[in-house]
Design a protein around this ligand. Structure first.
Ligand code: DX5
Ligand code: ZN
Length: 220
């Protein structure tokens, strides 16, 4: 059964604590938190202070998506703020192997994110080291964008690569995930589905979370 991770980016920032409580009560086990620096992506969001402020109010697993340059400079702060998972972008990490180890040493589970145009080639040699690969299904930076259909094949190819190497690495997808494509991404091999506007963009967050969960389970 797929994990649905609501993305805080689409939440009402004036009511973060209530928004988090609402999706948790609906059954969410993970919360996806997008960290943007205005350089790696043309937008700004939260810092570790927001993560640590929310930590006492929820038991959800914090899935921190670092869309920042020099992510190695922020790993310790986010680990201390209460992150369980930390994703870094391959495009921002010339020393990826080292950064992955840094995440594990900080006590978190490492994931590597790939922009839509980035080849799977770069993760071939690090599948031994990571616990999850995040396939961006839109260009990172903003919520509410359209899912890029070509990413279905990329997910399938990654699933095959992981299987051929006999590894236990999760596949997460992020961007434009909705009830319309949830089953298709699961069928392609995704196990963690990030959803911003499809949940926090809806009037009834709990109903939207449940509907997405049901749609994902149609994958069979
Ligand atoms: C985009 C972020 C996503 C974003 C997804 O750069 O990484 O996590 O919140 O939003 P939706 O689900 O609205 O595409
Ligand atoms: Zn994200």
């Amino acid at each position: 059964m797929a994990i649905i991770a609501p993305s805080l980016l689409a939440a009402d920032f004036g009511r973060l604590r209530e928004e988090v409580a609402c999706v948790e009560a609906a059954g969410a086990k993970w919360l996806h938190v997008d960290i943007m620096d205005g350089h790696f992506v043309p937008n700004l969001t939260f810092g570790p202070g927001v993560v640590s402020a929310l930590r006492p109010y929820t038991n959800m697993t914090f899935d921190i998506h670092l869309m920042v340059e020099r992510p190695e400079n922020f790993i310790k702060e986010f680990a201390e703020a209460g992150a369980e998972w930390i994703s870094v972008h391959i495009e921002a990490c010339p020393h990826l192997h080292k950064v992955i180890h840094q995440i594990r040493e900080a006590g978190c589970r490492p994931a590597v994110a790939l922009n839509p145009a980035t080849s799977l080639r770069g993760v071939e040699w690090i599948l031994d080291e990571v616990d999850m690969i995040l396939i961006m299904t839109v260009n990172p930076g903003f919520g509410g964008q359209r899912f890029i259909p070509a990413m279905l094949k990329k997910i399938e190819e990654l699933a095959k690569l992981i299987k051929d190497q006999g590894k236990e690495v999760l596949i997460e997808v992020d961007g434009g995930i909705s009830q319309d494509n949830a089953a298709a991404v699961c069928r392609a091999g995704a196990q963690v589905l990030v959803a911003g506007s499809a949940i926090f963009g809806q009037q009834d967050r709990a109903a939207a979370f449940k509907a997405l969960h049901r749609a994902a389970s149609q994958a069979g």
